[in-house]
Design a protein around this ligand. Structure first.
Ligand code: ZN
Length: 414
């Protein structure tokens, strides 16, 4: 038992140290380049914007140090402090000895309680840090209503799902985890279709892209690249943040393109076309089913791990729970698996960056040249005050996209 707890504590410290070292290296690299813009960067940002991007990067990083340390302390307190077993005996006791619903409720309540301490930091980030650099467009009322809606959704969707999952454990016997995986994975696929139709409209307004030059261009691009979208919609991202983004959702015949209004405001029609061509590139190169298959594989492994941990006599009792209980095993896995998966972050990002290069190359081909894509990426970097000089280890570890200098170099290659 002591050995298990020591290992978990060591993993917590190791992850925090790795995070802090990477962040410190990154800040040092940004400061080293702060005075003079490096060669590839001078073409992307003017002196004033670059200075702002440096300040924004440093401030976000320092804020990340504070939240990283705080989050680790909260996690340690929750996991080692004995509060979870107390909550478990309370809430699970509301139902019978095998009751699935009360155990589902326990997981949800614990999850919500654990997220409360970080709320002041989320507030600070939005209304102090983002505000300072002109990115915050949200209000206190909107922020609060987002939180309340999120909480209600957690219970409305999470409760029946967890209830079904835990009931399945009781019904299916030793192989429950295969059925559990099928249930949750099936639910995720369903959400890919339902999320933009049912959840997103609760938080944002989606309107069809009005007829005109931009719509004609994007439709023509779709025809040219063999991508038939069911809908092109504009989302009012500007209601919360000045940061811009583009994405498209769904698969099969449920494809929808969702463009942020901030993106439309910032880019020229031709640059928007290039951004969409990049997204279509992900689709045409088969990245999306590959990513879904990969996450399915990981989830399958996760369920196998939970089943094994729940069976192991040393796991749940180490943290003060009765042996062989499945609900605490789920919660502990949810809280602690990140201590292990953190170290595989760079592997996932390596693959993601490979896909980004492929999508960029696709966009270049679809647009008949690299110009529009480069133009779009530069504007996005300027508007979002992107850090153009991350430390090599930092970007290698955390970046799902290559840096802009790397992307431009790849786009310039024949
Ligand atoms: Zn991409």
């Amino acid at each position: 038992m002591v050995l298990v707890l020591s290992c978990v504590a060591a993993l917590m410290v190791l992850r925090l140290v790795a995070e802090l070292v990477l962040a410190a290296l990154n800040r040092a690299e940004v400061r080293r380049n702060a005075a003079v813009r490096p060669p590839g960067v001078a073409a992307i940002m003017d002196e004033a914007t670059y200075g702002k991007a440096v300040a924004y990067t440093l401030e976000k990083s320092r804020f990340g140090v504070v939240t990283g340390i705080f989050d680790t302390l909260v996690l340690a307190l929750v996991v080692f402090g004995g509060v979870l077993p107390m909550l478990y005996s309370q809430v699970a006791g509301w139902g019978g000895p095998e009751s699935a619903w009360s155990r589902a409720l326990f997981i949800l309540i614990a999850g919500v309680l654990i997220s409360i301490p970080s709320l002041p930091f989320e507030w600070w980030e939005q209304f102090r840090l983002e505000q300072k650099f002109g990115f915050n467009k949200s209000t206190a009322g909107l922020w609060l209503s987002d939180k309340v809606k999120g909480l209600l959704l957690t219970f409305a969707i999470g409760f029946p799902l967890l209830w079904a999952l835990l009931a399945l454990v009781n019904l299916a016997g030793g192989n429950w985890w295969i059925w559990g995986f099928a249930l949750i994975f099936g639910f995720q696929l369903l959400m890919l279709i339902l999320y933009p139709k049912l959840i997103l409209p609760l938080f944002n307004k989606l309107t069809p892209l009005p007829a005109g030059d931009l719509r004609d261009r994007l439709m023509a691009l779709g025809d040219r690249t063999g991508f038939k979208a069911q809908a092109i919609e504009v989302i009012d991202g500007s209601k919360r943040s000045g940061h811009s983004n583009a994405y498209f959702t769904g698969f099969g015949r449920f494809r929808r393109i969702v463009l942020f209004d901030t993106l439309i405001a910032q880019l020229s029609p031709e640059e928007l076309e290039a951004v969409l061509a990049h997204e279509i590139g992900h689709y045409r190169r088969g990245h999306i089913p590959k990513m879904i298959a990969m996450s399915a594989l990981l989830m399958f492994g996760g369920f196998a791990a939970i089943a094994w941990l729940a069976r192991s006599p040393w796991f749940t009792p180490s943290f003060g729970f009765p042996p062989g209980e499945i609900a605490p095993a789920f919660l502990l896995f949810g809280l602690l698996s990140g201590l292990v998966t953190f170290w595989f972050t760079p592997l996932g990002n390596l693959l993601s960056r490979k896909y980004e290069y492929e999508a960029d190359a696709f966009a270049r081909e679809a647009m008949g040249g690299a110009g529009p894509m480069v133009g779009a990426l530069r504007k996005l970097a300027q508007k979002n005050l992107t850090n153009l000089t991350p430390h090599r280890w930092f970007s290698g570890f955390y970046y799902s996209h290559p840096t802009l200098v790397e992307r431009e170099a790849a786009l310039a290659k024949a």
